[in-house]
Design a protein. Structure first.
Length: 268
C-alpha cells in the first residue's frame, strides 16, 4: 500500500464524491469506464483485507480536495478584489461601538437586523447595559462574505478567471473521474461498503471494522479500557431506560387528567 492510500484510509468524503459524480454526468455508467475499472483491478487485491474477490475501484479524492481548497481561497480573494473595485455590489455588516459607563471599556457588537439591539453585557465588567445613543455609535464596514446562492453564482460567472489564476499559481488541475490512474484505491465489496458507512478495517486484528477516527477496534483495546467502555455503555442504557419510564409516566398522568376533564365536561 502506498503512502497516499494509507493517508486516505481514514478520510472518506461522501459529499465531495457525489458532487464530482454529478458533474461528470454519470460517466461511471459507460462501457469505457467499466473496461477501465476492469483493467485497474486486474491482478490487484484489497488494500485493507488482502482479498481478491469482488474487487471495486474507490476514489480517494486526494487531489480533488486540494484543488477545492485552493479554488475556495482564490474565489475569496477575487470577491474581495471585485468588491473593492465596485464590479460587484458591496455587502456591509452593521456594528455598534459600545462604551461601558461603569468601567469605561469599549467593544464592538455586530447585529444583522435593521434595528439596534436594546441591551448588551459589558465584556469587561459583565454589567448588563441598556443601550442608548449616549453610550453607542452605529457604524458599518465592508463585508466580503457572500451568501451561499450568491457565492455559487459568483463561482459560475468567474469560473474561467479562477481557473486561469490557479494555473498561474501552479495549482494542477484535478484528475477526471474516469482517470483511474490517480486518486483511486482498490477495495473488496465488504471493505468498500464499510468505507461508505464511515468504517475501516482494524489495522491490528484485520477482522473487525472500526470507526474511521479510532486507531483500533474494541476487541484490540486493553482489557481495562474495554471494561471502562462496557460500564459507560451500561450507565447510558440505564439512564435511557429511566428517562423512558419517566416519559411514559408523564404521558399516563396527562392522559388521566385529560380524561377527567373530558368526563367533567360531559357531566356538565
Amino acid at each position: 500500500m502506498c503512502d497516499e492510500d494509507k493517508q486516505f484510509l481514514n478520510n472518506p468524503d461522501e459529499s465531495l464524491l457525489r458532487n464530482i459524480m454529478m458533474r461528470e454526468k454519470k460517466s461511471w455508467n459507460t462501457k469505457k469506464y467499466r473496461d477501465a475499472c476492469a483493467a485497474r483491478i486486474a491482478g490487484k487485491t484489497c488494500i485493507q483485507c488482502g482479498s481478491s474477490e469482488v474487487l471495486q475501484v474507490h476514489h480517494t479524492l486526494v487531489k480533488w480536495k486540494l484543488y477545492q481548497k485552493e479554488e475556495k481561497e482564490m474565489a475569496k480573494l477575487l470577491i474581495k478584489e471585485k468588491m473593492d473595485k465596485g464590479e460587484i455590489e458591496p455587502q456591509y455588516k452593521n456594528f455598534i461601538k459600545i462604551k461601558c459607563p461603569d468601567c469605561g471599556a469599549q467593544y464592538r457588537a455586530y447585529f444583522r437586523s435593521q434595528s439596534m439591539p436594546k441591551t448588551s453585557t459589558c465584556r469587561s465588567c459583565h454589567t448588563k447595559l441598556t443601550l442608548s445613543e449616549s453610550i453607542t455609535t452605529i457604524e458599518k464596514e465592508l463585508n466580503y462574505y457572500i451568501e451561499k446562492d450568491g457565492y455559487i453564482a459568483f463561482k459560475e460567472k468567474y469560473r474561467e478567471e479562477i481557473k486561469t489564476r490557479l494555473k498561474k499559481k501552479g495549482v494542477p488541475d484535478p484528475p477526471e473521474y474516469t482517470d483511474l490512474s490517480q486518486d483511486t484505491i482498490i477495495l473488496c465489496r465488504k471493505c468498500h461498503y464499510a468505507w461508505h458507512h464511515g468504517k475501516t478495517l482494524c489495522p491490528i486484528c484485520k477482522k473487525t471494522y472500526k470507526r474511521v477516527h479510532l486507531p483500533r477496534c474494541f476487541y484490540c483495546l486493553p482489557p481495562e479500557e474495554q471494561e471502562r467502555i462496557k460500564i459507560a455503555k451500561k450507565q447510558r442504557e440505564q439512564e435511557k431506560k429511566a428517562y423512558q419510564e419517566l416519559f411514559e409516566e408523564d404521558m399516563r398522568i396527562d392522559a388521566e387528567i385529560e380524561e377527567e376533564w373530558r368526563q367533567k365536561k360531559i357531566n356538565c
